[in-house]
Design a protein. Structure first.
Length: 101
């Protein structure tokens, strides 16, 4: 599948909630969505409460359609108590590479 839309988000968990945030993100229904082609979670080596998310979707419309669902909106609401402040988002489109995890 081709990725035509993506983003990179960096969020900071509330103190001591980094593990919980990572577990929450790794259980995301994005992983099972066929239009979500890239879904990577990483952590800062210097601060384990800083978590990075990279997503790549087949289209921008597919991404927006998914996040407009009640299920996705409920997850966003559950995410809020785990994070401090607002996540930083950068638009990006994955163009290639390798992921072996």
């Amino acid at each position: 599948m081709t990725v035509s839309y993506g983003f990179h988000a960096t969020m900071t968990a509330r103190p001591g909630k980094g593990d919980e945030l990572v577990d929450f993100l790794l259980a995301s229904p994005s992983l099972a969505n066929e239009d979500c082609v890239v879904f990577l979670i990483g952590r800062s080596a210097a601060d384990s409460d800083v978590v990075h998310v990279t997503e790549g979707w087949t289209t921008e419309e597919a991404h927006h359609s998914f996040f407009a669902t009640d299920e996705a909106q409920a997850l966003v609401g559950q995410l809020q108590p785990l994070i401090a402040g607002e996540p930083a988002y950068l638009d990006e489109v994955p163009v290639g590479g390798k992921a072996a995890i």
